[in-house]
Design a protein around this ligand. Structure first.
Ligand SMILES: [Zn+2]
Length: 69
């Protein structure tokens, strides 16, 4: 199970640490994914979703499903 968002497919990104003397060393950033219960096709499933997708309402959270229905 890699840290990939099941909605947008976003995964780890690569880049460099840059020191004050401008030396560069490779690093990577993990995507902030949370395992949450979401409603898909009328069923509650548990999936890894990045916080950007949660915040931009790309998923219906289980805890909010009653309010939105
Ligand atoms: Zn996402």
């Amino acid at each position: 199970m890699s840290r990939v968002c099941s909605i947008c497919g976003k995964g780890a990104m690569a880049g460099n640490n840059v020191s004050h003397s401008n030396r560069k060393s490779p690093r990577h950033w993990k995507v902030n994914v949370q395992k949450i219960g979401i409603v898909e096709e009328g069923k509650v499933v548990s999936k890894y979703v990045c916080t950007r997708c949660i915040r931009s309402n790309k998923v219906v959270r289980k805890v909010n499903a009653v309010k939105e229905a």
